[in-house]
Design a protein around this ligand. Structure first.
Ligand code: SF4
Length: 220
């Protein structure tokens, strides 16, 4: 289990046993343990090393939702820790956001074999967990990465190239999609549009949050 989560869950367990945990802490603890024990997707259960639940404060104003764990995430049990994760941290920093202050998770919580795309039944199996996470995290705004995250949240089959550059809502929460950092690592030409999406996201978030100042700065 990943070190940050060991600390968090140990703390929540302590509070729970002491009777001092908030209702939200209790709900998160229950959700976390249910996700960790889940074995609904038989092929993923065989190939996964661990279940990657999510990382970040609960509740949290900003939520980032990707596709599914990759090799590094599956090894460490933390979302977005490999090269794509490093790039995500830079993307967030480019709009003045520290990833420590963002809750990050994926559409599916277990790594598909050979990093294949998540299948419809796997997304369907895992969606109730994501819905509960969004409910508990109570974000003011959501950034989605790649086509599966936005398709799932808005029930669309359109590609990310068509869906990006616009704002959507998930149960009244604004959702802004952009490309997955892994796609950016493969295709440099997507950077300009991603930068535009991040600008849109930063401006929208500034309009929603009194504690956030959008600073336009370019990072390579
Ligand atoms: S992907 Fe989600 S639903 Fe499928 S086994 Fe993992 S936690 Fe369970």
């Amino acid at each position: 289990m990943e070190p940050n989560f060991i600390k968090k869950i140990s703390y929540l367990l302590y509070c729970y046993l002491e009777g001092s945990a908030s209702e939200k802490d209790r709900q998160y603890f229950h959700l976390y343990t249910r996700i960790k024990k889940c074995a609904l997707c038989s092929s993923l259960v065989q190939s996964r090393n661990t279940v990657v639940t999510g990382q970040g404060p609960v509740p949290c104003e900003v939520m980032v939702i990707g596709e599914g764990p990759g090799y590094h995430e599956d090894r460490q049990g933390i979302p977005f820790v490999g090269p794509a994760g490093h790039l995500l941290s830079k993307m967030l920093a480019s709009i003045n956001l520290d990833r420590k202050n963002v809750y990050i998770t994926n559409i599916i919580k277990c790594r598909p074999p050979q990093n294949r795309d998540p299948q419809d039944d796997e997304i369907k199996n895992c969606l109730p967990f994501l819905e509960e996470q969004i409910d508990l995290i109570s974000p003011k705004i959501i950034l989605t990465l790649g086509k599966f995250a936005i398709q799932t949240l808005i029930h669309s089959r359109q590609g990310i190239t068509h869906l990006r550059g616009k704002e959507y809502t998930y149960h009244t929460v604004p959702v802004i999609p952009t490309f997955h950092p892994a796609a950016l690592l493969r295709n440099d030409s997507l950077k300009k549009e991603t930068w535009q999406d991040l600008q849109m996201f930063g401006k929208k978030y500034q309009a929603l949050s009194t504690g956030y100042t959008f600073i336009k700065k370019r990072t390579k």
